[in-house]
Design a protein around this ligand. Structure first.
Ligand code: PBG
Ligand code: ZN
Length: 346
């Protein structure tokens, strides 16, 4: 091979490249189908791949905008059904992830359908949309006065065993209401085990668990905490959510959660943690990996598109492709309604 070509004409270029035909790449991407083949399924999305997160409020006929999340609303039970109807019937929405917005705090209210609107919504969802898979987020931060994802003992220390016992009870009450899958986001130790035991002891062997396994202490949850009213009133979550630099703890958490019975493991947020999506999906081919494209990532793309930095659809689809390329098969995103429409119109 020639080592340098200065000011070359075509003739020199051809001589430079021709020593190895593998240096020619344009031929692999010269039409749309070729580009799809080279993408190895990472651009071939199905409605099955997307989960829509929803915030549910106790006022059945109300709907509220969320200022920090453009085009996302909190829905009362009846409004949620109305909102979902066209998404399910026309756009093939397959699954939702439910978050309750509580007006009154306390664990007793968390498991009471008069106060926790998610418990009220699940049977109605099942009635209206029998094919819709219903997933419930399970955490304590929506119910505790202080907004932490755990309870504290009398010494002010995190009470892990009491916390996971409450998480297990909450999971059972969602299963009783008809949830198909429980998604613990609290990051307490060994909660998957406690939840699996609670579900099994109550006859819910078939109820699945998707664990927020590699969930990092991230600034990108800001808009969500506003949406769900779950910001901690003191301190932060750094003693239970993972340190952003620690791939090691993420791998330990995923390993433990799979051993404890998680059916799906999750990485959260998405874009800043793609290395872990790849590492987890290649280390644990036995478990599907979900990515949570979180509220701050959502807001960032909306604002970027509004400011003219890029076209929203192109940016969103490029991000989704990056999740698939890294090895995720499930994407949890507030863009789900738009993505389903784009897929249908394609
Ligand atoms: C509750 C929970 C949070 C998110 C999902 N479940 C917030 C947090 O842990 O602080 C974040 C989702 C998002 O930002 O879109 N534990
Ligand atoms: Zn929480």
């Amino acid at each position: 091979m020639e080592s340098k070509v200065v000011n070359s004409g075509d003739e020199h270029n051809i001589r430079l490249y021709s020593s190895s035909h593998q240096r020619f790449i344009h031929s692999a991407q010269s039409n749309h189908l070729f580009r799809e083949w080279q993408s190895k399924g990472t651009t071939n999305h199905s409605p099955n791949d997307f989960i829509l997160p929803l915030f549910i409020i106790p006022e059945c006929d109300s709907q509220e905008e969320i200022t920090s999340m453009p085009n996302v609303c909190r829905y009362g039970v009846n409004k949620a059904i109305e909102y979902l109807k066209p998404l399910v019937s026309e756009y093939s929405l397959k699954s939702v992830l439910l978050f309750p917005v509580m007006r009154e705090k306390g664990f007793a209210k968390a498991i009471n359908e008069q106060f926790n609107p998610v418990i009220k919504l699940i049977p109605k969802l099942k009635n209206n949309f029998p094919s819709l898979t219903v997933i419930t987020d399970v955490c304590l931060c929506g119910f505790t006065e202080d907004g932490h994802c755990c309870v504290f003992n009398e010494n002010g220390k995190m009470d892990n065993s009491e916390s996971i016992s409450l998480l297990s009870k909450l999971s059972v009450s969602y299963a009783k209401a008809g949830a198909d899958m429980i998604a613990p986001s609290d990051m307490m130790d060994c909660r998957v085990d406690a939840i699996r035991k609670g579900l099994n002891e109550n006859g819910f062997h078939e109820v699945s668990i998707m664990s927020y396994s590699a969930k990092f202490a991230s600034c990108f949850y800001g808009p969500f905490r506003d949406a769900a009213g779950s910001a901690p009133k003191f301190g932060d979550r750094k003693c239970y959510q993972l340190p952003p630099g620690s791939a090691g703890l993420a791998m330990r958490a995923v390993k433990r959660d799979i051993e404890e019975g998680a059916d799906v493991v999750m990485v959260k947020p998405g874009l800043p943690y793609l290395d872990l999506v790849q590492k987890i999906s290649s280390t644990y081919p036995e478990a599907p990996v979900a990515v949570y494209h979180v509220s701050g990532e959502y807001a960032m793309l909306c604002h970027g598109a509004t400011a003219g930095a890029f076209v929203l659809k192109t940016a969103v689809m490029e991000v989704v492709t990056s999740f698939k390329r890294a090895g995720a098969s499930i994407v949890i995103t507030y863009f789900t309604p738009l993505i389903l429409k784009w897929l249908k119109d394609a």
